[in-house]
Write a protein that binds this ligand. Structure first.
Ligand code: CU
Length: 565
């Protein structure tokens, strides 16, 4: 602490210079920890500045005293007149000790001084920003981010279309099945499994189709034993996929769940149950499938043997008809919005449950500013949940109550923050997915009762894209195995404080059947990060994910596509 007064001043000076983009200004020498040719100075927050006066670059070892935080840092060559300066943000708070083969520095205290926030004038830094609507060839009732970074969508009318977010070009991908009202999620190999479809209103199909994102073409797979209209598909830890609920070719409820086993379907005759349309289901860390809603009573579905249901806990609000649900961390689920009774006034409330607890129970988290149903809840790479669209009016999908403001939920505080508003009413059949560049695509609405067909989409840039330079991934493996450690090459390793995975989105009817979030632990090594893959497939089921670095300002990198096997 005793050095903080002498350090604080130059630190603020350096930050201002950095903000102004100056690279070549002579900077004050570190005031502490200086031995030989290495130097360490505390800056602010968990930031330290490392100095290399040697004319050759070197790799030094660092550790935060009394914590597991340690690693390696590459220091570029310096000289008497131009010290090679590297800013390092430690993951833990504590004194920083660095050493090389020749030298060992005394630890430098963390002065516990807050970092000055860059005063950003532009409102985008607090609210984000929407693009103007742009044309979309179908009503995007079903919307998916493909492992290629392209976006697949379809509606009731027209053919499925693949959109390239980089070029803006659409390419049709004709299917022999009418895929409207199907269920879908990504398989472990990155192909999209689509279960069921549309025979007529309320009447489903047995068809199963698989979309290959490389050839951008469809293949028919083994049909299900039951036709399904409005089913949910959920991938399990072993790569098999549950198809649950829906109505059959006679518009009768399908009570028997089925499991895709790679070359056909297995019926769970012991788990017959009437589950409403598009159940909000997730693979839980214990390997069971968790049913979070829309009904008030949540439950586990055990798919082993002939299957069975086990009640878990009752949520507080009631039924959440056309509310959304999201697993925002392994085993942690939020249910948000919706209406009880169905078609009644929507709620702004949200509830969370932690399935990792001994006795999981629902509890309220902060409420949204706006009540809504027909909303979308989308995981961001920083682990927050973005809500878009929906209506606050009673009725099935009354456009007079369309909510345009987006809101973001912070799982750390349980609070929501209102962000910028989009232009178009997006209610029933609206969809939202996270893109690899950290922006969010919001589309659809229509192809339903009395609603205009919104043949357009909008893209949202969240506030994190306006907070300064983005870290960058130079390279990352395209595939990793559970429990494996792997390397991410980046020049920004010393400022990266988080590394996250978000499973690719596959969305319809106010629910993403595919997205998941996981935080990865890592250690800095020369040239990048040594990262630990999730230890088990029940925490992060196999398939394609966006891998993202976040720096100490909360700014995400452009994501890399990575496949968990
Ligand atoms: Cu529908």
């Amino acid at each position: 602490m005793k050095q903080s007064a002498s350090v604080r001043k130059p630190a603020a000076f350096i930050l201002i210079l950095m903000a102004a983009g100056c690279q070549d200004t002579v900077r004050p020498a570190p005031s502490h920890g200086e031995v030989g040719q290495l130097g360490v100075a505390y800056v602010c927050g968990n930031r330290f500045e490392l100095r290399n006066l040697s004319s050759s670059s070197r790799v030094v070892h660092y550790s935060v005293v009394g914590t597991p935080d340690s690693g390696e840092v590459f220091l570029p060559a310096g000289s008497d007149t131009d010290p090679g300066l590297t800013t390092l943000t430690t993951l833990a708070r504590g004194a920083l000790e660095i050493s090389s083969e020749e030298e060992r520095e005394d630890p430098v205290e963390n002065g516990a001084v807050g970092c000055p926030t860059l005063s950003v004038e532009q409102p985008q830094a607090t609210e984000g920003e929407w693009t103007a609507p742009f044309p979309w060839p179908v009503v995007a009732v079903h919307l998916h981010l493909l492992p290629s970074g392209r976006v697949l969508s379809w509606g009731r009318i027209g053919t499925p279309e693949v959109f390239d977010p980089v070029t803006g070009i659409f390419t049709p991908a004709l299917s022999s099945t009418m895929l409207f009202c199907s269920g879908h999620t990504f398989l472990g190999d990155g192909r999209l499994l689509v279960s069921g479809g549309h025979l007529d209103d309320l009447r489903g199909l047995r068809d199963v189709n698989i979309f290959d994102p490389v050839t951008e073409s469809w293949t028919r797979a083994e049909s299900m034993s039951f036709a399904r209209w409005y089913p949910t598909t959920t991938i399990l830890g072993d790569g098999s996929v549950l198809s649950l609920a829906g109505t059959d070719e006679h518009a009768m409820d399908v009570e028997t769940p089925e499991i895709w086993v790679g070359n056909g379907w297995r019926s769970l005759d012991g788990a017959k149950s009437l589950v409403p349309y598009y159940p909000r289901t997730f693979l839980a860390p214990n390997g069971l499938v968790f049913y979070a809603g829309e009904l008030q009573q949540s439950a586990y579905l055990d798919v082993s043997g002939s299957g069975r249901w086990v009640p878990v806990a009752s949520s507080s609000y009631g039924r959440r008809d056309y509310g959304s649900a999201v697993m925002y961390q392994p085993g942690k689920v939020m249910i948000v919005g919706g209406s009880d009774p169905p078609d009644g006034l929507p709620t702004n409330t949200a509830e969370v449950i932690d399935l990792n607890a001994g006795q999981p129970a629902w509890r309220y988290t902060g409420p949204m500013r706006y009540a809504r149903r027909q909303l979308n809840a989308t995981l961001l790479p920083d682990g927050q949940v973005l809500v878009t669209g929906g209506t606050s009016a009673a009725g099935f999908s009354d456009r007079s109550g369309a909510v345009h403001a987006s809101e973001v939920w912070n799982p750390g505080t349980g609070q929501w923050r209102v962000l910028a508003a989009n232009r178009v009413d997006r209610v029933y059949h609206s969809t939202t997915v996270l893109l690899p560049d950290g922006r969010i695509l919001h589309a659809g609405s229509g192809d339903g009762p009395g609603l205009p067909r919104e043949l357009n989409a909008e893209i949202f840039s969240p506030p994190y894209l306006f907070l300064g330079p983005r870290p960058a991934i130079a390279s990352a493996p395209s595939q990793v195995r559970y429990g494996q450690s792997f390397e991410v090459v980046t020049r920004d390793a010393t400022s990266v404080v988080r590394l996250t995975l978000v499973r690719l989105g596959s969305v319809t009817h106010a629910f993403d059947q595919s997205q998941r979030f996981a935080e990865l632990s890592f250690r800095r090594v020369a040239g990048g990060l040594s990262v630990q893959a999730p230890p088990a497939s029940t925490l992060a089921p196999p398939g394609p994910y966006l891998l993202t670095l976040l720096n100490d300002a909360g700014v995400p990198s452009v994501s890399a596509m990575i496949s968990l096997r």
